[in-house]
Design a protein around this ligand. Structure first.
Ligand SMILES: *[C@@H]1O[C@H](CO)[C@@H](O)[C@H](O)[C@H]1NC(C)=O
Ligand SMILES: *[C@@H]1O[C@H](CO)[C@@H](O)[C@H](O)[C@H]1NC(C)=O
Ligand SMILES: *[C@@H]1O[C@H](CO)[C@@H](O)[C@H](O)[C@H]1NC(C)=O
Ligand SMILES: *[C@@H]1O[C@H](CO)[C@@H](O)[C@H](O)[C@H]1NC(C)=O
Ligand SMILES: *[C@@H]1O[C@H](CO)[C@@H](O)[C@H](O)[C@H]1NC(C)=O
Length: 398
């Protein structure tokens, strides 16, 4: 027989184990979504409760929409609706800090939500709101080659981030309302190819990865611009993550018969193996500054890693990326295991915390290694939480 002294630890272990299991939903995707929504994140309001048009909210809504479609649970759909209602008046005017004359691509990332709600409800307000963003693109400043500037105040600059912010919306709008607009399809493909050509790291560069620098200044005048090509000096994981997500999401929308489809897919196919090879060998995840692996103060960053996992798994699942030897999926799975073991923290209230996401990375400063590593990380940063939701949705389909 067991003595009480032997039984007690066993009982305690059972209790602790049981409560952990009860607190945590079976799915990490559900857990991430429920934790974010319970905190009120991504609901069209700033942390002080003011209406706010935010690309992070658009990113979360993209995940919630997939989760709704996967589970049929209307809670997620309703959360998207209330979030969008917080930034769009009944007459379709977008408020919450949106000003067309900023010519910023960031707010446009909420546009796919408007298109989604219009497709489901046919309520005019969502079309009106989408038309406002589409109108912005018509007047948006561009480089001489045709690349949208990231924002009006960043003269002649293309950033990888902006591809995710602007072009998934641009494609969905074109598909829904102007499917035969060849100029628009060519323009969307050009956004991807121009930034690729202008930011691709040249063979022979120090610490060669063959991936893409954060951005470029077509006029080569920014303090960080390389004299020869105008690109910024470092490869920043999240910027590349936005670009990868934009590729795998836009290929769902882009007409396969249009030559732009192959242009985008060829870029994805060229970059995916290089991304696989840039992962840290031991952990399987990616460095914040990918051009300086292992350097003091550099670290494994969670939002970029989650974006890469989502993009690689989705890209293979959809057949956009070939993976005949299974090495791409293997790399993504290894990174996912690291994420759940190291960046997800269970809270007593049943929610999860998400750690190690860098708050921001901008080319408004000097773009150096010191700049990127000097930006703090933030707990439950929505850019990372939403990316983890997306990565989990893909992982759980394997
Ligand atoms: C739907 O999701 C919400 C939030 O996670 C949850 O509280 C609710 O129980 C779910 N409903 C169903 C029918 O599963
Ligand atoms: C739309 O509604 C808002 C809020 O009621 C109002 O301030 C704005 O003037 C209206 N815009 C138009 C174009 O009617
Ligand atoms: C087609 O797209 C181009 C480029 O965005 C735009 O300038 C033009 O107005 C669009 N054409 C129509 C008929 O909407
Ligand atoms: C190459 O990477 C090493 C290790 O992170 C770093 O110390 C070095 O500064 C990098 N060189 C360049 C030119 O980025
Ligand atoms: C670049 O900016 C960072 C702060 O963002 C600063 O620490 C660093 O010294 C700057 N480097 C140069 C070369 O100006």
């Amino acid at each position: 027989m067991f003595s009480a002294g032997h039984l007690l630890p066993l009982l305690l272990a059972f209790v602790v184990h049981t409560s952990t299991v009860l607190a945590r939903p079976h799915s990490y995707a559900v857990w991430a979504a429920d934790s974010a929504t319970k905190r009120g994140q991504g609901n069209g309001l700033s942390s002080s409760g003011q209406p706010s048009v935010s690309y992070e909210h658009g990113e979360l809504q993209w995940g919630l929409r997939q989760l709704y479609e996967r589970t049929g649970n209307k809670t997620y759909y309703n959360y998207i609706v209330s979030g969008a209602n917080n930034i769009v008046y009944d007459n379709g005017t977008v408020h919450g800090g949106y000003t067309i004359s900023d010519y910023s691509l960031d707010p446009v990332r909420t546009g796919p939500t408007f298109l989604y709600l219009y497709s489901r409800t046919k309520q005019a307000k969502w079309k009106t709101a989408a038309d406002i963003f589409r109108g912005q693109l018509n007047g948006h400043p561009r480089t001489a080659e045709g690349q949208f500037w990231h924002k009006l105040r960043y003269f002649n600059q293309g950033w990888l981030d902006g591809i995710y912010m602007g072009d998934v919306f641009y494609a969905q709008y074109t598909k829904d309302f102007q499917p035969t607009n060849a100029t628009a399809w060519a323009d969307i493909a050009a956004q991807f190819t121009l930034i690729y050509r202008n930011t691709l790291q040249a063979p022979g560069s120090a610490n060669y990865t063959g991936l893409l620098y954060h951005g470029y200044d077509y006029s080569h005048t920014a303090v960080w611009a390389s004299p020869d090509r105008g690109h910024s000096p470092e490869i920043w994981d999240r910027a590349l993550g936005w670009y990868f997500m934009a590729m795998v999401d836009v290929l769902d929308i882009f007409p396969e018969s249009n030559s732009g489809y192959a242009s985008i897919q060829n870029i994805l196919r060229a970059l995916a193996p290089k991304l696989r090879d840039a992962a840290d060998l031991k952990s399987g995840v990616w460095w914040l500054v990918m051009t300086q692996p292992g350097r003091a103060q550099n670290y494994f960053e969670s939002s970029g890693t989650a974006m890469f996992v989502y993009s690689l798994l989705k890209g293979v699942r959809m057949g956009y990326i070939p993976d005949s030897d299974g090495s791409i999926v293997k790399a993504a799975k290894k990174a996912y295991q690291y994420m759940i073991a190291n960046w997800v923290v269970a809270n007593p209230d049943g929610t999860m915390d998400w750690t190690s996401t860098v708050e921001v990375g901008s080319l408004s400063g000097n773009g150096t290694f010191e700049y990127y590593v000097g930006v703090p990380t933030a707990l439950n940063d929505l850019k990372g939480v939403a990316a983890f939701l997306l990565a989990s949705l893909e992982y759980e389909r394997l």
